[in-house]
Design a protein around this ligand. Structure first.
Ligand SMILES: [Zn+2]
Ligand SMILES: [Zn+2]
Length: 176
């Protein structure tokens, strides 16, 4: 009986010390979680009320508040969000710069004379300088050719788009 009493007398202070250590560790862990939540939320939201709410959740509900905070916090940091918006803006601009056939809406190159998909005439080749010019221009802006002086080159390759493309557009393929 005396042996057990001695053992207990020795064990209790030991347990007390152990308990103090565990308690101190838990308090530190809680304080660290509050600090971590504070740093994290500042990168995720610039809204003061969101920051206060997130920190007080972790502060007032030790350990229980942290998982809640992880679920409720904004998924992206402000920097990530900004980066993604920038990326989307570039993508959108890239798409807008792509040339599209007015007839079939498929992508074309800016110097195409006809759409390779639906054979719609897009531009014409100048008879004087062989450059690609707009169908609506009556005079070539590069060489001043107004189409009235047919050259050898223009006779070999007719200049007016409409004269060339019906021949290319085989029946059944031109009306897509
Ligand atoms: Zn087309
Ligand atoms: Zn020209």
């Amino acid at each position: 009986m005396e042996v057990i009493q001695n053992l207990l007398a020795n064990l209790i202070p030991l347990l007390q010390v152990f308990g103090i250590f565990v308690g101190a560790y838990l308090v530190l862990l809680w304080a660290a979680s509050v600090l971590w939540a504070y740093r994290g939320i500042r990168r995720r939201s610039e809204d003061i009320s969101v920051q206060v709410l997130a920190v007080s959740l972790v502060l007032l509900l030790p350990f229980v508040g942290l998982p809640l905070h992880l679920i409720l916090r904004p998924p992206q940091t402000v920097a990530e969000k900004y980066e993604r918006e920038l990326e989307q803006e570039y993508l959108r601009r890239d798409l807008e710069e792509k040339f599209i056939c007015p007839e079939c809406q498929r992508p074309i190159e800016p110097d195409f004379v006809l759409c390779p998909h639906c054979f719609t005439a897009l531009r014409r080749r100048c008879g004087g300088c062989q450059r690609v010019v707009d169908l609506t221009w009556s005079v070539c802006p590069y060489c001043g050719d107004d189409g009235s002086t047919p050259t050898a080159a223009s006779r070999q390759a007719p200049t007016v788009a409409g004269a060339v493309y019906p021949a290319l557009a085989r029946p059944g393929e031109g009306s897509r």
